[in-house]
Design a protein around this ligand. Structure first.
Ligand SMILES: [Fe+2]
Ligand SMILES: [Fe+2]
Ligand SMILES: [Fe+2]
Length: 417
């Protein structure tokens, strides 16, 4: 599928923005580590610019596993003792769900001492050594503030860090004290310049966009299986209604990204096993506007418009804008029906799953009152069983993927302890 809807540059901004929504400190730490990584690679001198940019993105994401395995705030303190869980989860997450492939293994080893990594038979071993230095420079800088000195890194050459990598750091800093720019927080422009080098293929963009959706699984895996079901239902409706290729793609990306604003909503609210009060409900509703903000200016407006209307209803009873049907298209209607159906058919912490009859009654009722677009809703009702079966299959496949990831996690864990 051609991804002409987002540029490489904006893809990177969107990844960063998504990290920021999840946790500002982790995002900032990631960018600083990415910047140091880029400077070290550049200093080494044997990389193409786009390669440097790719490693910078990987470094930006190096602590992504912590969102699953840790209280993320702790990951940034240098006392963080148990570094294995977030390293393993981050590695597997990126291996399965990002375009990084072999390079994702760098994340597995990013807290491991040189004495253990030096004999690894691994293509990116030296880059890994640089990532470890970049990681510790920033963690120690945060811990010691102005008292942080490069000699702290030097002291561990040969034990924690690769002596060759430490020597490279020394040389690069002597030529251009990039860390001073971190201290004065003036490195942003250089990061921007590196980001300009990023050159992603359509396939990579597609994978990154999916990866952002998978970020929601770091909070709650059922959010991923739900989104995957929504994609399946909407894709069937698109096909049955005969939408053209462009509309089909727009609905697909809107379905993929429609709930990424949930990344900003506290976990306690998302999984509360009770009915939420008004204030809490309103907080959850902000996920739509948060998503709009995240995507604004980065991905094509027509996709944002569809995604932003997924809780709107044709009789203006939806949110956040209370838009009327005359302002919406059949693409909006498709995502609305898909989202409603998938939500209704699933059990929630605060209620059971709705039955087939309840769902059909609700939709029929919604057609009469004008809540749902009649053509789209009718098409769904006509194909109820087939579409639901497909949605359930896709959700099962997503959950199986997580089970596989978990099994892998245990294997890797046992092999390392
Ligand atoms: Fe880190
Ligand atoms: Fe880490
Ligand atoms: Fe939503």
């Amino acid at each position: 599928m051609a991804v002409e809807y987002i540029t490489s540059r904006n893809m990177i901004s969107l990844i960063y923005e998504t990290m920021r929504v999840m946790n500002v400190s982790v995002a900032h730490h990631g960018v600083r580590v990415g910047y140091i990584m880029a400077k070290l690679l550049e200093g080494r001198g044997s990389y193409e610019k786009y390669e440097i940019a790719d490693f910078m993105i990987l470094a930006m994401l190096h602590d992504i596993g912590a969102f699953k395995t840790d209280d993320v705030r702790k990951q940034l303190t240098y006392e963080a003792k148990r570094t294995l869980p977030h390293s393993i989860y981050g590695y597997l997450f990126l291996k399965y769900l990002s375009p990084f492939q072999e390079r994702s293994k760098m994340i597995l080893y990013h807290h491991m001492d040189y004495t253990k990594t030096k004999d690894l038979d691994y293509r990116y071993r030296f880059e890994l050594e640089l990532l470890k230095i970049a990681e510790m420079m920033d963690i120690w800088y945060k811990a010691f503030g102005d008292k942080f000195e490069y000699s702290m890194i030097n002291k561990y050459a040969g034990t924690k860090f690769d002596p060759e990598a430490v020597a490279l750091m020394d040389r690069v800093i002597q030529e251009d004290d990039f860390f001073a720019k971190i201290r004065s927080n003036t490195f942003g422009q250089e990061v921007d310049e590196y980001e300009d080098y990023v050159l992603l293929s359509d396939e990579e963009k597609e994978k990154y966009l999916k990866m952002l959706m998978y970020f929601t699984g770091l909070k709650d895996e059922s959010m991923v299986s739900e989104t995957i079901s929504v994609i399946a239902v909407s894709r069937e409706l698109v096909r049955k209604l005969g939408l053209n290729e462009n509309d089909k793609n727009e609905v697909y990306y809107a379905a993929l990204l429609h709930d990424i604003g949930m990344l900003a909503i506290p976990n306690q609210l998302l999984n509360a096993p009770r009915t939420l009060n008004e204030e809490e409900k309103n907080l959850i509703k902000t996920h739509v506007e948060i998503m709009e903000h995240m995507l604004e200016g980065k991905i094509s407006d027509s996709i944002i418009k569809i995604a932003a209307a997924h809780h709107e209803r044709f009789d203006a009873s939806g949110y956040p804008k209370g838009l009327k049907g005359s302002y919406m298209s059949n693409k909006d209607a498709i995502l609305q029906i898909s989202e409603y159906v998938v939500n209704a058919m699933r059990e929630k912490p605060y209620r059971g799953a709705h039955t087939k009859n309840e769902i059909i009654d609700n939709i029929n009722n919604g057609i009469i009152t004008g809540r749902y677009d009649a053509i789209v809703a009718d098409m769904f009702l006509k194909n109820y069983d087939d579409i639901i079966e497909l949605a359930e299959d896709k959700a099962d496949m997503a959950l199986m993927m997580y089970q596989k990831l978990l099994r892998n996690y245990k294997q890797v864990y046992n092999s390392l302890v």
